[in-house]
Structure formats: structure tokens, C-alpha cells
Design a protein around this ligand. Structure first.
Ligand SMILES: *[C@@H]1O[C@H](CO)[C@@H](O)[C@H](O)[C@H]1NC(C)=O
Ligand SMILES: *[C@@H]1O[C@H](CO)[C@@H](O)[C@H](O)[C@H]1NC(C)=O
Length: 330
């Protein structure tokens, strides 16, 4: 996809050895974005994934913030994992603290994932895409950093016991990357709590303006996501912005394992956008009740299962999803 190629084309040539890892990392960031936003009105459309500053409209809303954070996190994560797997000659475990006291009853030891390495290379690649000096550029760099902080902040301490027959009188511990899903979930929470700063007006491209921008961003923790603009409600299609709207989107209603966010997806995607919920029934056929017959055949029955799916539709229906007033919040 285009954003992946951006990394490859604009990354410094000296870092060519890392480019497949960077591309894989950017890709995993995109996939995680799609997973985290599968049941949101904005669902991480391809068009939104343009990270580089050249060309196109640059939005600076909450979703832009998430895209930057998850992308730089994905790149840092993959580089770090590659390093631990021995994919690069110049990098290995982080054992810089081994032998030192880490806390009560434990010492640093073993092979910690080398996030310092992933962080440094990711910074070189991803931050290099940002060539501007304005508030948007500062916002993007801040959110790139927030993504890298999220990788570091979700690392897990893993320990091994030592002592007579595993009595655990002392332990050695090392830091491991979590599943990337956990980084995604962490950043989704940060997305909901993102801070809006008011910098688009006023602060021009003067030295004083740039100073004001730098001061503002310095005062905000790099663990938090930051945006400058409010988001559209994402209900309606807007081709200029590359937005598809929610008409035709699937939503979820009933299901054993649905969380609260998923269960409310029909209301959020359809009802709150003035659309009806359309029920579509389908039947699936699959093999079931298979029995083994002596000798040697397996015979199965064909089982039919009814599945009901829900979609946002413009057509007014007498039953199901009464049309609500369009809401303004995404
Ligand atoms: C790093 O890992 C990714 C998958 O996790 C893989 O696609 C890529 O080729 C690896 N890079 C190197 C240099 O081995
Ligand atoms: C799409 O968004 C742009 C930028 O916010 C706006 O100017 C335009 O009116 C919108 N178009 C439609 C069809 O809503």
C-alpha cells in the first residue's frame, strides 16, 4: 500500500537493510488500526493512511493522531522483534543492565527485547517523513513518539526463579514485548483520551510562532495523543476527504462474545447516522456429525445453519432500527 512505499522511498539510504522490517511493521500497524476500529464509524480506510506530508489534504484530527501512533509503534515493534530473532547482524538482546539489582528480590538477567534499537531506527524512518515545521508537523511527531512510548510502556517483565529446588530466593528478570494487539488496545484508549490543542490559528510560520508550537508540545506528556482539529462525524460519504460514510456497513447485534462497544455498533453506525438497520438472513451449509465407518470411510451430514447479519441501510423499514436524529459525535 502507498504508506508502506512512502517509508521505503523516503527513508535514508543507509537504512536499506531495515527496509523490509520497516515495511512489515508499517503493515502490521495498518492491520491493527483496522482491527481496533472495525466497529467504529471511521474504520481506518486506506485513504487515511497517508503518513507523508507531501501531497493531499492533511487532516489533523484524533484519527490522524492514532494512525501516526500505531504506525510508528508497528515499525518499532517489528524492528525490535527482528532484532531479538537475530535477523540483524548489528543488534541483539539488551543485556546492558544484566547483573544489576532491578527491585526487591530480583536482578536483571536474560535477554531483554532491545526496544532501544527499535526505537532509534523507527524514529529515523518514520519521523523523517515529516518535513514541515508547522503545528501539524509538531502534532505528527508528537504522536509518532506516543506510539513508541506505548510499545515501551506495555512491555512485560518476565522472571525466572533461582535457589534450592526452585525456592525462588532470587529471581532474574528481563523485559519482553507484549502481543502487538496489546499495544493497539493501549493506543485505542489513548485515542479516546486524546488532547486537543488550539494552534491552527495564530501561530504562523514566524520564529515566535514556531516557538509557541514547541512550547505547547513540550508541555504535553509524550504518552498522550494530541490533535488540532475536531473530527467530522463520519456518517456521510465525502469523496474529497476519502470517507465512505456508514451506509452499507455491517454492524453486530447479538452474539455470545460481544463486548459493549460491539453490541452498540448498530446504533452507532446506523441509528445515530439516520440510517435503518437491515437484517439479512443467509444459510450456510457445512459438514457435520461425521462418523467413522469400519473400514475405512468417514460419512458426514450436511448441516444448515441460519445466520443473520445486520447492515446500515437508507431504506426505511417498518421494523428494526428506528431512525434517530444524526448525532454529531463520532
Ligand atoms: C522482520 O520480520 C518480518 C515479519 O515479522 C519479516 O517480514 C521481515 O522479513 C523481517 N526482516 C528481516 C530483515 O529479517
Ligand atoms: C467534504 O469535506 C470538505 C472539507 O471538510 C467540505 O468542504 C465539503 O463540503 C465536504 N463535502 C461534502 C459532500 O460533504
Amino acid at each position: 500500500s502507498r504508506s508502506v512505499n512512502n517509508f521505503l522511498m523516503t527513508g535514508p539510504k543507509a537504512y536499506l537493510i531495515y527496509s523490509s522490517s520497516v515495511a512489515a511493521g508499517a503493515q502490521s500497524g495498518i492491520e491493527e488500526c483496522k482491527y481496533q476500529f472495525a466497529w467504529d464509524r471511521w474504520n481506518c480506510p486506506e485513504r487515511a493512511l497517508q503518513l507523508s506530508s507531501h501531497g493531499g489534504l492533511r487532516s489533523a484530527n484524533r484519527e490522524t493522531a492514532f494512525v501516526h501512533a500505531i504506525s510508528s509503534a508497528g515499525v518499532m515493534y517489528t524492528l525490535t522483534r527482528n532484532c531479538s530473532l537475530g535477523d540483524f547482524d548489528n543488534c541483539g538482546c539488551d543485556d546492558s543492565r544484566n547483573g544489576q539489582l532491578g527491585g526487591q528480590g530480583w536482578l536483571w538477567g536474560g535477554c531483554s527485547d532491545n526496544v532501544g534499537f527499535g526505537e532509534a531506527i523507527s524514529k529515523q524512518f518514520v519521523d523523517a517523513l515529516e518535513t514541515g515545521q508547522d503545528a501539524r508537523a509538531a502534532m505528527n511527531l508528537h504522536n509518532n513518539e506516543a506510539g513508541r512510548k506505548a510499545v515501551k510502556g506495555t512491555m512485560k517483565r518476565t522472571c525466572k526463579c533461582h535457589g534450592v529446588s526452585g525456592s525462588c530466593t532470587t529471581q532474574t528478570c528481563w523485559l519482553q514485548l507484549p502481543e502487538f494487539r496489546e499495544v493497539g488496545a493501549h493506543l485505542k484508549e489513548k485515542y479516546h483520551a486524546a488532547l486537543k490543542v488550539d494552534l491552527l490559528q495564530g501561530a504562523g510560520n514566524s520564529a515566535a510562532g514556531r516557538g509557541a508550537i514547541a512550547d505547547t508540545f513540550r508541555s504535553i506528556s509524550t504518552r498522550e495523543l494530541v490533535h488540532l482539529e475536531d473530527s467530522p462525524d463520519y456518517c456521510l460519504e465525502n469523496k474529497t476527504l476519502g470517507l465512505l460514510g456508514t451506509e452499507g456497513r455491517e454492524c453486530l447485534r447479538r452474539g455470545r462474545s460481544l463486548g459493549r462497544w460491539e453490541r452498540r455498533s448498530c446504533r452507532r453506525l446506523c441509528g445515530d447516522c439516520g440510517l435503518a438497520v437491515e437484517e439479512r438472513r443467509a444459510e450456510t451449509v457445512s459438514s457435520c456429525n461425521c462418523k467413522f465407518h469400519w473400514c475405512c470411510a468417514v460419512r458426514c451430514e450436511q448441516c444448515r445453519r441460519r445466520v443473520t447479519k445486520y447492515f446500515c441501510s437508507r431504506a426505511e423499514r417498518p421494523r428494526g432500527g428506528a431512525a434517530h436524529k444524526p448525532a454529531r459525535k463520532p
